[in-house]
Ligand binder design. Structure first.
Ligand SMILES: Cc1ncc(COP(=O)(O)O)c(C=O)c1O
Length: 423
């Protein structure tokens, strides 16, 4: 049995109180809490090994360089990728910007189509909009269905409409507002056929920010060109993330940032850049402590097993849907039932909802007063909220330390909303 209560003890912050109540942290989609193992790894790095990496001919620099490379290896392995395929960035947002700049600005022209989705986070929309504005490429948009799933029929039509002009498909693996798990491997297969049929090199960018904390990711098997993740949503530190890029594609990409670390020979007027894939995208001093902390988070999760984490997460989501469905004022966003009786729910991580007649900020404030931390607003998905005809929603999101008892506190808080607003 999955023992969330036992894992809770690994997270010091979970034992604190807010407003005199035990903290019920249900804002994990915004950022997760960190286990002691991650905090210790960062403290140990700074207290024992801190020095700049590479080129330093002294003990600490050697240790720091080893920590840097070992951490990269652990993180890459966690995602089923090679260390050379891991391009370190600050977060998923930077990953999309890196790809839009490094790949997009050289590959995309005015004849091209970028296919985006209506359910995506602004971080997976705005960088492509900027790229389209610079290149005059056309944006097409995949809608989502009434039940909150990507409209696969429309997606296939759009692939045909775009034909040989299709340069990029950018989608999220898991929606941060609907919780929907998009069929990434299936779409990757459609794109493989598309490339073959039109003899083009359409690229597939996947935003894995909300998938990496809840699902096992096997990059080598997914068949995508770019897979972006943020450490802070998966028990690691803030300010570090990655975009996974297959070696062959990475070798074609120009560097994103220029400066120390990634050069070969520099004169006052020119520079050449190293071929080494790991180094070419590491300009300047890397966040070694961040990597060390992230690697510790990967090890923590790997020890529990991501399939166990995923299974427990689905239980939490189903239980939340069941509990919230009993409150008449609440409308749940996203899938609430499997598409077919023999299928899974296809949803992880969070449950967003609208409380009829009460603004989500008021809902969140009342929940906060009973110790429950949730998020309110548009969750950086304005197009999604516009489509649903709501200005904002309240989102409860989970981690492996979330317990069913905490979901009961959420319901108690929502009953207080009813008592306060009389709706
Ligand atoms: C689906 C999705 N994509 C991208 C992001 C952006 O992540 P970051 O702020 O770490 O760049 C988020 C953050 O909430 C997200 O949920």
């Amino acid at each position: 049995m999955f023992n969330a209560e036992a894992y809770r003890r690994d997270f010091p912050i979970l034992s604190r109180q807010v407003h005199g109540q035990p903290l019920v942290y249900l804002d994990n989609a915004a950022t997760s809490q960190k286990p002691q193992a991650v905090i210790d790894a960062i403290v140990e790095y700074y207290t024992q090994h801190n020095a700049n990496v590479h080129r330093g001919v002294h003990q600490l620099s050697d240790e720091s360089t080893t920590a840097f490379h070992d951490s990269r290896r652990v993180i890459a392995e966690f995602f089923g990728a090679k260390p050379s395929e891991l391009v370190i960035v600050r977060n998923t947002t930077e990953a999309a910007n890196l790809v839009a700049r490094s790949w997009g600005e050289q590959a995309v022209t005015a004849d091209d189509v970028l296919l985006l989705s209506e359910m995506d986070h602004h971080s997976n929309l705005v960088p492509w909009q900027q790229l389209a504005a610079k290149t005059q490429a056309q944006i097409m948009v995949v809608p989502f269905t009434e039940t909150g799933r990507l409209d696969m029929g429309r997606l296939q039509q759009l692939l045909t409409e775009a034909g040989a002009r299709l340069k990029l498909v950018a989608l999220s693996h898991v929606s941060n507002a609907l919780g929907t798990v998009n069929p990434i491997a299936e779409i990757a297969e459609l794109l493989a056929d598309h490339r073959h049929q039109y003899q083009v090199s359409t690229r597939f960018f996947v935003d894995g920010a909300q998938a990496a904390p809840h699902l096992p990711i096997e990059f080598a098997k997914l068949g995508v060109d770019f897979y972006a993740v943020s450490a802070h949503k998966m028990l690691g530190p803030m300010g570090i993330g990655a975009v996974l890029i297959p070696e062959a594609l990475l070798a074609e990409l120009p560097p994103f940032l220029y400066g120390g670390g990634m050069i070969d020979v520099v004169t006052t007027h020119t520079a050449t850049f190293i071929d080494d894939l790991e180094e070419r995208f590491t300009a300047g001093t890397p966040d070694v402590a961040g990597l060390v902390g992230w690697a510790a988070a990967c090890q923590y999760l790997a020890k529990i097993g991501m399939s166990q984490v995923a299974k427990y997460d689905v239980e939490l989501v189903e239980l939340t849907i069941q509990k919230l469905s009993q409150l008449p004022a609440i409308t749940i966003l996203g899938p609430t039932k499997p598409e077919k009786s023999d299928q899974e729910l296809g949803r992880v991580g969070s449950v967003s909802f609208v409380y009829k007649g009460v603004h989500s900020h008021d809902v969140s404030q009342i929940l906060d007063s009973v110790g429950v931390a949730v998020r309110s607003g548009h969750h950086c998905t304005m197009p999604l909220h516009v489509k649903l005809g709501v200005a904002a929603s309240t989102r409860a999101s989970f981690q492996l330390y979330t317990t069913p008892a905490e979901l009961d506190v959420l319901v108690t808080g929502l009953e207080k909303v009813k008592a306060t607003f009389g709706v």
